[in-house]
Unconditional design. Structure first.
Length: 395
């Protein structure tokens, strides 16, 4: 979907009129503030003068104004580059906070406080402010001052240790699960706080962490341990798995049916193994999983992926081809869902993933391309001066 910059559309979006002062960088914070910006918030990104967000320089030699990593997380924002060690620049930041609705940061615990921009400082400037903090492990506790990062959160929370089988080596999941989920939890917290303020007039502080988000992602597995002292592993179910065929791998999930094994066997054109005492129920299927999976692997290897997917779908067994991201990006469903967005960047056409949230009356658009470092200094500081010169109405 090609959407050119259209700032007029901002007036029709649900967060129009909400101003966000964004101190975030890398992914957890920027994916949060980009979501707010997509739906109309005026996001002013405060960046370090001369350097900016760390993601601007990620993966040389593509670093620069249109670095894809930076672009993917920073559309619909304005960039202001300041040196917060300069008292004049700090005064400008505080003036922005005084007129803002939301302040967001994802620094290590204590960093904002040392700069004089902690919650109590910002609340003194603006009692209605919503102050959102994202950390690695939480603002307090034994790990509060440890460096947080997505891979570390996967490891320490138990996510990384979860495998389909003990023979599979422990490894890093290569997509930023913790950053994205914590960023979305931060969006939820901010929206809840905005609703609360609309009713009560009160601002508040909200806090999320990579660690808590990874624990929350395992809510079902945790409940089984806490309540039944038992493990559940959805990837290890006996009628599920990834199987090689002549033309590529597929995944099958035998679930949500009275007797899925019978239907799997029909699709695979083999005898009904559910009539065999070794596989007659889930308990027996777990006990004899290795033998059952060996049957599946042998059958799938005998024909093409397209053949087996058609047969599985004919008996309503959940299945899918296993594809890479390049294939998914050109899939007809991706295009139909308008999940690609593009527009003019600072030196080339920019293309990236659209918002996954579809609203019938609030369409996401690329109103502002990912900004150059400090691109909006003059605009934002002019607005500050105009606000200072505007007489305040009597209470």
């Amino acid at each position: 979907m090609s959407i050119m910059e259209n700032r007029d559309m901002q007036q029709d979006l649900p967060l129009s009129g909400v101003r966000v002062i964004d101190f975030t960088q890398v992914m957890m914070g920027p994916v949060c503030t980009q979501t707010l910006g997509d739906y109309g918030a005026d996001v002013i990104k405060i960046e370090r003068k001369g350097a900016g967000d760390l993601s601007r320089s990620t993966f040389e030699p593509v670093a620069g104004a249109d670095n894809p990593i930076f672009c993917s997380l920073n559309r619909n924002k304005r960039s202001v580059a300041l040196d917060l060690r300069d008292p004049a620049h700090m005064a400008q930041v505080k003036a922005l906070i005084a007129g803002a609705d939301v302040v967001v940061n994802n620094f290590r615990a204590g960093v904002m406080e040392r700069m004089g921009l902690g919650y109590d400082d910002c609340k003194a400037l603006n009692p209605r402010v919503i102050y959102a903090v994202g950390t690695g492990y939480g603002e307090t506790g034994p790990y509060a001052f440890k460096g947080g990062q997505d891979v570390l959160a996967q490891a320490i929370s138990g996510v990384m240790a979860r495998r389909s089988d003990a023979s599979v080596p422990v490894s890093v999941y290569p997509t930023a699960l913790a950053d994205y989920s914590a960023g979305m939890h931060m969006v939820q917290g901010i929206l809840l706080a905005l609703l609360h303020r609309a009713r009560t007039g009160q601002g508040q502080k909200i806090s999320v962490s990579l660690y808590n988000s990874m624990l929350a992602m395992q809510m079902q597995e945790a409940a089984m341990i806490l309540m039944a002292d038992s493990e559940v592993n959805w990837a290890a179910m006996p009628l599920c798995g990834v199987y090689d065929t002549r033309t590529g791998p597929l995944v099958m999930v035998g679930a949500f049916k009275p007797n899925p094994l019978r239907d799997i066997c029909a699709a695979l054109e083999i005898d009904d193994l559910s009539a065999d005492p070794r596989y007659c129920d889930l308990t027996q299927q777990f006990k004899n999983k290795a033998a059952l999976q060996a049957v599946f692997r042998e059958r799938y290897a005998s024909n093409t992926r397209e053949h087996w997917l058609a047969r599985l779908e004919a008996v309503d067994i959940l299945c899918s081809p296993v594809r890479d991201l390049r294939e998914a990006l050109v899939d007809p469903q991706t295009l139909h869902n308008q999940m690609l967005i593009e527009g003019d960047g600072e030196g080339q056409r920019v293309r990236f993933i659209n918002s996954p949230i579809t609203m019938s009356s609030a369409q996401v658009s690329l109103r502002r391309a990912p900004p150059r470092l400090g691109q909006h200094n003059e605009d934002v500081l002019r607005e500050l001066a105009q606000a200072a010169d505007t007489p305040k109405e009597a209470p």
